[in-house]
Design a protein around this ligand. Structure first.
Ligand code: GDP
Length: 336
C-alpha cells in the first residue's frame, strides 16, 4: 500500500471539472457535488468516492460545530443569528442537518424553506437540508461527506444541526469538534437531557430564550452546571460550560462564539483536536465497514433464503440466538 489513497480512484473528466468548481467555490458545483455524494446509486457512489478523494487534501480547516435540541428549542433561530454574526466577522458558514426522521415525515428539520430566511439569502452561507438516506447511518454518512465538500469549498465554519431523537446526537457528536446542546429554560426539559445522557456529550450547553424569563434561565443554567459537575469532562483540557442566551434578540450569541473559539484554541494547544479528528476518522471507517458488512450479509443469497426460517426458530425458542447467528453467518463462507 505505497500508493496514496487518492490515486486508487480514477477521476472522470466531468468530475475533475466538478472538483475544480468546488475548489473555485462555485455554488452550482458545490450543490452538484453534494447531490452526487448523497446519491445512493452504485455508479454514483464510485464517482462520489473519487470526487471526495480529490477534495480530501483541501478539507479539515473548518471549525465543526454540532447543535442539537428538541423541536422548538430554537435551533434554526439560533443558527440564523449565529450564522449572520459569523458572516459579519468574515466567516463563510455551511449548515447541514442530520435528521433520520426526515425520511419518514418528508423533512422535519431544515426542509422548510422559510427557516433561516435571512441566512439562506447570503452568498457567504450554504444551507442544506437533511438527505433522505433511510437509516441514521445512511443519513449521517452523507452529511459527513457533505461537510468535507463544504470545507473544500472554503466554508470555514460548518454547523451540523440535529434533533433530539435517538442516536442522532451521538452520531453528530462523533463528527464535530464541539457539540452544543440547546435547551429551553424549563426543568422538565433539562431533566430529560440529563436522564438520556446527552449532556455528557456536550462541550457547551446553551439555555435559549433567556429573554422570556431570565430567572428561569439562570435556574436552568445552575441545574446544568450541577449535573455537569458530576459528569466527566468531554476532554482532558476542557470542562463543559453552560451559557444562557436569546437567539431571538441575539443577546449572548457573540459570547457563545467566543466560547467556541476558546474551546478550539484549548484543544489545538493540547494537541487534542488532531487526536480527536484522527479518532473520529477511524471510528467512521469502522462505521462504514460495519454498514457494508451488514448490507452484504442481508443481500447474500444463502442468508436471504434461510433468514426467515431461522428467525422463526428463534422466536419459537427452538434454536438459541447464538446458534442462529452462527448458522446465518456460516452462509458467508459459501461460494457464490
Ligand atoms: P427549532 O425547532 O429548534 O428549530 O426551533 P425554532 O428556531 O423554529 O424556534 C421555535 C420557536 O421559538 C419560534 O417561534 C421562535 O421564534 C421561538 N424562539 C427561538 N428562539 C427564541 C428566543 O431566544 N426567545 C424567544 N422569545 N423565542 C424564541
Amino acid at each position: 500500500m505505497n500508493q496514496p489513497a487518492r490515486e486508487l480512484h480514477a477521476l472522470e473528466a466531468a468530475d475533475r471539472e466538478l472538483v475544480d468548481g468546488v475548489l473555485a467555490r462555485r455554488p452550482r458545483a458545490l450543490a452538484k457535488a453534494i447531490t452526487l455524494v448523497e446519491s445512493t446509486r452504485r455508479d454514483h457512489q464510485a464517482r462520489a468516492e473519487a470526487v471526495l478523494a480529490a477534495l480530501l487534501p483541501h478539507t479539515g480547516q473548518a471549525i465543526r460545530v454540532g447543535i442539537s435540541g428538541a423541536p422548538g428549542a430554537g435551533k434554526s433561530t439560533f443558527i440564523e443569528a449565529l450564522g449572520l454574526h459569523l458572516i459579519a466577522r468574515g466567516h463563510r458558514v455551511a449548515v447541514l442537518a442530520v435528521d433520520p426522521s426526515s425520511t419518514r415525515s418528508g423533512g422535519a428539520i431544515l426542509g422548510d424553506k422559510t427557516r433561516m430566511e435571512k441566512l439562506s439569502t447570503r452568498p457567504e452561507a450554504f444551507i442544506r437540508p437533511s438527505p433522505s438516506g433511510g437509516s441514521l447511518g445512511g443519513v449521517a454518512e452523507k452529511t459527513r461527506e457533505a461537510m468535507l465538500v463544504c470545507e473544500a469549498a472554503g466554508f470555514d465554519v460548518v454547523i451540523i444541526e440535529t434533533v433530539g431523537v435517538g442516536q442522532s446526537e451521538t452520531t453528530v457528536a462523533g463528527m464535530v469538534d464541539a457539540f452544543v446542546l440547546l435547551q429551553l429554560p424549563n426543568a422538565g426539559d433539562d431533566l430529560q437531557a440529563i436522564k438520556k445522557g446527552i449532556v455528557e456529550l456536550a462541550d457547551l450547553v446553551v439555555v435559549n430564550k433567556a429573554d422570556l424569563d431570565p430567572k428561569a434561565a439562570e435556574f436552568a443554567k445552575h441545574q446544568f452546571e450541577n449535573a455537569l459537575g458530576l459528569l466527566r469532562s468531554t476532554s482532558a483540557h476542557w470542562r463543559p460550560k453552560v451559557l444562557t442566551l436569546s437567539a431571538q434578540t441575539g443577546a449572548g450569541v457573540a459570547d457563545f462564539w467566543a466560547e467556541i473559539e476558546r474551546h478550539r484554541k484549548t484543544l489545538e494547544a493540547s494537541g487534542e483536536l488532531a487526536q480527536k479528528r484522527r479518532r473520529q476518522a477511524v471510528d467512521w471507517m469502522w462505521t462504514l465497514i460495519d454498514a457494508e458488512l451488514r448490507n452484504r450479509f442481508r443481500h447474500h443469497e444463502g442468508v436471504r433464503q434461510d433468514l426467515e426460517k431461522v428467525s422463526r426458530a428463534v422466536t419459537a425458542g427452538s434454536i438459541t440466538p447464538a446458534a442462529a447467528a452462527h448458522r446465518l453467518l456460516e452462509h458467508l463462507n459459501e461460494k457464490p
